[in-house]
Design a protein. Structure first.
Lengths: 128, 421
């Protein structure tokens, strides 16, 4: 008889999403995540935001993905995100840091810098 | 009335991921079953599956999926798909190439899209868990469109820029048969020039095991005999999935662009059992009426049908009910049409079974053969008088009827014939 093939199922392990998300990002992003969590370093957060945006970047984006974009690069107009991809990126951070983002807050995230400041602000508000 | 023909087919299935492979498997009665262990639990007695090869869609995250290199899709096409949505997209690509259609020809408003699937219980489960873990405070924006029933319509209509009729059909294992039936009507009434009819299902534990709870699945561990429609020792169905796509086209439009037709869809019919939420009518009343209605719609006498692709899934009650219905329609003289259920090869593809098996009928008509009854060793005595050839017969059928039945006693039949202009 042929060997049995496993047919897996999603797990209820709450840390699974976090592990999965980080495992799909480059080593740099995992390092930046760790540094940011431990020290709150701004450069580390910028690196993490860059990798998260690359993770959700549309294939036909004219922006290229090898060099960090400037803070004023607009997600939709300059990077080619549609609104679903923008929400997907926001969800990436919601899920990664276990935070919740309101609709009106998403509407204010228009640039790369907005996203970075927003993530930091949410995390600091969460600690307060 | 206008005429509907089949101009393209695409398959991701347990018996092949291309038309050529499927044709060989049907003709040579080569099944697509494997031994599996659901949820890593050896105590689950269901051990056989009509598995999909060359695709790895075990992860809920599309970035982890692996599929044949011939398919190249952008992240925007993949991010809102379920595993069966990926199968459907691949089968669509095949069907369009087979029909000699370019993707940009589909956005003309004359092309519609009718789909059938149960959605993705696998992804739905994943996203609901995620939502519960977050105590309802957040969830993936792709959760809905990738997992609920209708996910095929949402994604495929967007991907191919379909501007004609777009609709999903939900009648359990008759779903894609309904999709095909209403596609025939749209073409015959001149409302659409062509319709892509799509059926797709997953083969993961979430899609399959709920049927074990109903005691509907075979617990025979042998892949060579677990699915044996009409056999006295049948003990339930073997599940399968994948995707089947059929391009149904106005005959004149197909002739105008020089697209060859596999077959003509000459009629269809449906009738309910009005009997039980899950079980077939014991005398096959609804299925017999659906066959009669389809034959009437096709202006085809029963004596002209040379092949019946039966719904028979290999359950005790369902196969018995269909055998009685077949005898009621075709008589019990023993000189009736050849009857086989290709689920002996593929397994039961649930909502996609109707379009998958209609596609098999189209291949049988084009290539001039009738698939035999694989795995049939000792026919159930209830089948006495029905012609159940054990081997494939090499002859082009004059007319074929394709049967489907779903929960709630929803029965749908299509009649196909070779096309002549």
């Amino acid at each position: 008889m042929p060997q049995a093939q496993p047919v897996p199922s999603p797990s209820a392990d709450p840390s699974r999403n976090l592990k999965e998300k980080l495992s799909r990002l480059p080593a740099d992003a995992r390092r930046n995540y760790q540094i940011f969590i431990e020290t709150g370093d701004e450069q580390a957060l910028a690196g993490l935001v860059f990798e998260a945006l690359r993770y959700c970047l549309p294939k036909n984006s004219a922006a290229g993905g090898n060099v960090p974009w400037p803070d004023d690069a607009r997600l939709i107009e300059d990077l080619g995100f549609d609104s679903l991809a923008t929400i997907e990126t926001v969800f990436f951070f919601e899920d990664l840091f276990q935070i919740s983002v309101l609709n009106e807050e998403i509407a204010n995230v228009k640039t790369v810098g907005d996203l970075r400041r927003f993530v930091r602000g949410k995390l600091e508000a969460g600690k307060a | 009335m206008r005429r509907a023909v089949i101009t393209g087919l695409g398959f991701i299935s347990s018996i092949g991921n291309s038309l050529a492979e499927v044709e060989r498997s049907l003709r040579n009665l080569r099944h697509g079953f494997r031994t599996v262990e659901f949820l890593g639990n050896p105590r689950i007695p269901v051990r056989v599956l009509g598995a999909i090869r060359d695709f790895d869609t075990d992860s809920p995250n599309w970035r982890d999926w692996r599929f044949p290199d011939q398919y190249q899709f952008e992240p925007e096409a993949l991010r809102s798909l379920s595993p069966h949505g990926l199968y459907a997209l691949c089968a669509c690509e095949q069907a369009l190439e087979d029909a000699r259609l370019r993707a940009d020809e589909l956005a003309d408003g004359g092309t519609g899209l009718f789909c059938a699937s149960a959605g993705s219980p696998f992804l739905l489960h994943h996203y609901l868990l995620q939502m519960e873990e977050a105590q309802g405070e957040r969830g993936s924006p792709m959760g809905m469109v990738s997992s609920i029933a209708g996910t095929l319509n949402f994604n495929l209509a967007t991907h191919y820029h379909i501007r004609g009729a777009v609709c999903g059909f939900v009648s359990a294992c008759a779903s894609s048969s309904h999709a095909l039936g209403y596609a025939i009507d749209e073409i015959r009434m001149g409302r659409q020039k062509r319709i892509l009819v799509v059926g797709a299902e997953e083969t993961n534990a979430e899609a399959v095991l709920p049927f074990a709870s109903m005691r509907a699945l075979s617990v025979n561990p042998d892949p060579d005999s677990a699915s044996r429609p009409f056999d006295r020792r049948r003990d339930g169905f073997v599940a399968t999935g994948g995707a089947a796509v059929m391009v149904v086209e106005d005959a004149e439009a197909a002739l105008d662009r020089g697209a060859p037709a596999y077959a003509e869809l000459v009629g269809w019919g449906q009738a309910g059992d009005g009997h039980n939420v899950a079980l077939s009518h014991p005398e096959g009343a609804g299925l017999a009426e659906a066959m009669r209605r389809a034959l009437r719609d096709a202006s085809t006498p029963p004596g002209e049908i040379d092949y019946v692709n039966a719904h028979a899934t290999s359950t005790q009650m369902g196969d018995r009910s269909e055998a009685i219905a077949l005898k009621a329609v075709f008589g019990s003289a023993g000189a009736g049409p050849a009857i086989s259920s290709t689920k002996a090869l593929t397994g039961h593809a649930l909502s996609m079974a109707g379009v998958l098996e209609a596609a098999f009928c189209a291949v049988a008509i084009r290539d001039g053969f009738v698939p035999g009854c694989a795995n049939l060793v000792e026919a159930d005595p209830v089948c006495d008088g029905l012609r159940l050839p054990r081997k494939t017969e090499e002859a082009r059928p004059r007319a074929v009827i394709n049967n489907s039945s779903g929960f709630g006693g929803s029965n749908v039949c299509h009649v196909l014939k070779p096309f002549s202009a």
